[in-house]
Design a protein around this ligand. Sequence first.
Ligand SMILES: [Zn+2]
Length: 254
Amino acid sequence: MPELPEAERARQQIDRVLGREIVAVDDADTYVCRPHAPGELAAAFTGQTLVESHRRGKFLWVETAGDGPVLSLHLGMAGRIDVDRAPAPRNWDRFSLEFADGGRLALRDKRRLSRALLEPDFTHVGPDAAEVGRAAFRSRVGRGTAPLKARLLDQGVIAGVGNLLADEALWRARLAPKRPAGGLSEEELDRLRRELRAATRSAIRRGGVHTGEIIAHRRRDGHCPRCGHALARDTVGSRTTYWCPVDQPELAAT
Ligand SMILES: [Zn+2]
């Protein structure tokens, strides 16, 4: 599933089409383009030029020239952005733009859970997990009785962390996923923020969250790549979670 690093790579794809004039829009998929009627997005964006891309967590949006309409794209569970490629088979391109230079941008998604929207509203979305400052991270993440991992996965708290990135960041920061979020010290929260940013940067550079150090070991017979101990496994925050019980003890070190 796309997490922040995959969304950032998608944003970099969108950057390839900035400055090109849109001459046609395929918005016929009424589910992906809900609540817009067919033709509504086409009317808004035909003749426009995309000028600047943005990302917060897994949400993407693109501005058009001259304060024109804003296009919002979300990758859903399995979407990706393809630029200047031939149309996908079986209508997997759920939304697409064609440009005056003959190129195109497509939201390709076998599972049809992605979205294309006009004028997005992000008021329910927390600050980006890779950009959030130290004070905001402490006050947003470090509160409440929910397990720490559930807090990280809550997109209203911070945006962009999915199941794999959460396991990777917690393992790197040596913090147990089930500890109550409000019980962490400021030093532990700062360490978590640092490791989350480092894990995110690494995943963007290496091609996605699957490149994390613990990810290949997330299986029933998996061992910690740092100390060799068998990994623990449980459901935390409704998601299958792996951690090292030696490096990530349930109780804070005294
Ligand atoms: Zn370990």
